[in-house]
Design a binder for this molecule. Sequence first.
Ligand SMILES: [Zn+2]
Length: 370
Amino acid sequence: MPPLFTITCRKCGHNVPSEPWAWRHQCGGMLDLKLAQVTAAVRATAVRPGKGMARFAPVLPLHSTPDAPIGDTPLVIDEIAGVSVGFKLEYLNPGGSFKDRGAYVTVSRCAELGFESIVVDSSGNAGVSLALMGRRLGIAVDVFLPRSTPEGKRRLLHILGATVHEIDGDRMQVQRETLAFVESGAAYAGHWWNPYFAHGVKTIAYEASAEMPQPDYVFAPVGAGTMLLGLYTGYSELLSAGQLRTIPKLVAVQASGYCPVASDLRSAHFTTTASHLADGIAIADPPRRQEIVDAVIATDGFGMLVTDDEIAAALQWLLSRGYLVEPTSAVPLAALLRCVREGQVCPGQLVLVPLTGTGMKVLPELAHLV
Ligand SMILES: [Zn+2]
């Protein structure tokens, strides 16, 4: 029995049919997807055997859940100055990042709606995940990305059979050119807009809560906000099903030069020095900006801005512990280290830190840093 879900427009409040595929409302508003029977669905998930994403079938907006070796990532607890930090090793997913989870739901949904091709835009990781899942389900994937995307990610897209469009300009320009292409008749499944993506990412919260049931904080890197919004969706569902006492405080961490959310949360001011290390979250104005801010405020969390020096130091720490991640993945730890130093996070508290993307796609860039 597939879960019942509703899609509504955040701007005008209208309900949107679940078929055909819609990635934004005709008024231009973002779409929100919510399960109708959350408590029953969450409980069904808790007792369902199986592995990977298919285990979460009761809470996924899909009619069928194809097999794919995505999810079930380890959670490793390290002590940092008395704080228990649960690192969720999302970079160990097959496509090398947490975005495999969102791609799983997005591409599966496109497949069940009969699409043979999709168009996405990406700074690299989402493109790889969507191309990998597209390849698995026999769907052709066009990926638009900035020309500055690390070579390793571009090569991987070619290996996975994606059609790659390299765009001059920043990530916002890539989005504009992608949408112009989509208006020529293709199906757009970019993860900034499509409401299915977060329901894949939310499974991180489900998995983590089995091993770290009640963290005090979750530190998440924020570019388009897909990690933070996915976690918020997952924890909100667990809370409304009575599986959680309270949602952990969500800390939105951004890199210097790309801090609209941290600015809205009054935790950062405009900076002129743009981060060179955090290419995965170098997004000046994410479409779900207000939604991210609302989620952080709803959990009594806060925003933070970190510099490239702090990111580099956190990355060195992670590499020294054997976590082979990309620089963007060190962004939340950079913020946590400062909070621990300044006493904002105290000994005895529990913190979840997803390690988002592998360093294996950016070896030349990593080699410059060590
Ligand atoms: Zn609308």
